[in-house]
Each structure stands twice: as structure tokens, then as C-alpha cells.
Design a protein around this ligand. Sequence first.
Ligand code: DNO
Length: 345
Amino acid sequence: MKMTFRWYGKSDPIPLQYIKQIPCVKGVVTAVYDTPVGQAWEEEKILTLRDECRAAGLEMEVIESVPVHEDIKLGRPGRDELIDNYAKTVRRLGKAGVKCICYNFMPVFDWLRTDLKTKAPDGSTSLSYNHERLEAMDKYDLHLPGWDESYKPEQLRALLDAYENVSHERLFDNLVYFLDGIMPACVESNVNMAIHPDDPPWDMFGLPRIITDEKSYEKMFAAVPQINNGITFCTGSLGAGRGNDLVGMAKKYAGRIHFAHLRQIRYSGELDFTEAGHMTENGDIDIYGVVRALVSSGFDGYVRPDHGRNIWGEDGKPGYGLYDRALGAMYLSGLFEAAEKEIGI
Ligand code: DNO
């Protein structure tokens, strides 16, 4: 296991040096942020970023994310060129020492929450999701917390309309087409793809979501069996789906889990949840059980803490402040050390 920490590049208020000071952290998870989605990342930008991390004593072996262009998800005619560009980025990243790329295949939106500052009795704040509130929103006029309104209203409308005819099956076929297109580059460059589950793991605003549970993984691995086609095991995202047996999945997919986002949530309704401190006792996800299952099943990937609360007066980027994620990283490392010693690794 290698412990990592997400870093948003130069605009991140958390300096690399602070990250280096967290005793267990070996590397950062970052990205080239200024290249439009769909274009290949320039080699020079990748190397500059890597060297900046290395100068701070940190590896850059994981990228999160190389975003997938909507035209690939929609299966539009221009997709082949976009997939070629993606493959180019994969090759360049591999050459720079990157081993794992986290990405997602969620239409239009990435993760969604309805509140970014839900206050706990101890004064800390965290992200939360309320399904009724989400359902009450107008999908054409969205102001979602945490969602950088990257689309102009007309663009959003056109995009949402374009998905009207995209069923779950079609979206899945488009994922397979994409993966088939980039797998040769991944195999050659020794880069593992790690798809992030849909967050939360159910359809949103009528948009299909396809990476939600064990069935999705079975289907995806059957269609694209190469080991370079793997997953980001995000306990918070998958855990929001009450039917998901996370300990069982950690065991079953340990060899396919190239990256693990280990975080905690507490259920507040059938489809509602609030994010919490990382410890098992802080919420409803059996973090200890997941770590034990990963270790005993031979997991050898990257790990990062995820979505920290705001504590100690910090007013950090939602989910990505320093303090609580640092606590999470240390807690998780302790669990891994104990599990590994117990099993004799
Ligand atoms: C949220 C993150 C996601 C993740 C992407 C991967 O905090 O886990 O935004 O980076 O879905 O592409």
C-alpha cells in the first residue's frame, strides 16, 4: 500500500511541504488542470508538475483525473480522435512515471451534494446529500454546491438533451469502446486505469449512471478483462448504496483495485447521508473491515484519505482541507500497519 494525498496544484492553498510533513504520505494525487477536456496533455506540463512534486520529496504516481470528454460518453462521431488524445496522455503520463489514472464515466456531473457545510454537534462541518432536496431542483437551472458551474446554461441544456436518448446500455457500450481504445496504450506504458464509482451511485436528473455496484464491475471486467482496467474503490461513493457489501467487494476485487479512496459516511435516510471523520466508529462504513479485507486479499495499490471535514477553524476547499484528511491518512496507515503485521506481510 502506498499512502497518497490529493493536491490541486498551484492553486491549492495547501503547500506540498505541509503534505510532506504528514508522516505516512509518500506521494500526491494531482492533475494538469489547465488543458481543456479532450486535448492531450503536453509532455512539458506533465514533467514540470512531476518535478515540482519530486522537489518536495513526493511521488506523482497517481493522476486524478484525466477527464473523459462528453462526446466519448455520448458516443458521438468525433470520439475516435478524442480517444486517441486520451491514449497520448496515457503514454506521456506513463513515461513520466505515473502508474495509475483515476477517471469517471458519469454523464455531465461528477459527484453531487446538496450541502457543503452541514454542522455537527462538535462544530465541525462536512458535506451531505439529501435526495428530496436534489429532486426538487430544476435540472436546467442548477446551482449545486461544490459543482463548479463549468457549463453555460445553453450548453448545459444541450448536453442534458443529448443524453435523452442515451440508455444505461448505450452508456456502458460507450465506456467499453473507450476502454478498448486506450487499453493498448495502458498495457504498453504500464498504466492502470481506475474508474471512480458514480457518486452517489444512482441516476441523477434522469441521467444514467452505470458504475454503482458489484454487477457493474462484473459486467465491465467481462467486457474488458485486461488487468489495467481496474477501479478506484471509493467507500463513500459505493457505501451510499445501502445494498453494497463493501467488505465483500474489497475482498473480491482486491487485485483490480488500483486506487482506494477510504472515507466515511453516516446514513440519515434511505438515500441521504452526511460525511464524517474517517474512523469506523464515526459512521456506517466498516473502514476497519475494508482495510483488513484489502490486506488479506493481497491489495497492492494506492490509498488516499478522502473528503475531510472542516475542523480547527479551517475553511478549506469542500472535502479537501488539510487537517481532517491528515488525521484520516494517519488513521488509515495505522490500520494498514496493524493488518499487515497481523497477517505477516
Ligand atoms: C470527489 C472525487 C471525484 C473524483 C472523480 C474521478 O471528491 O472523488 O471528483 O476525483 O470522480 O474522476
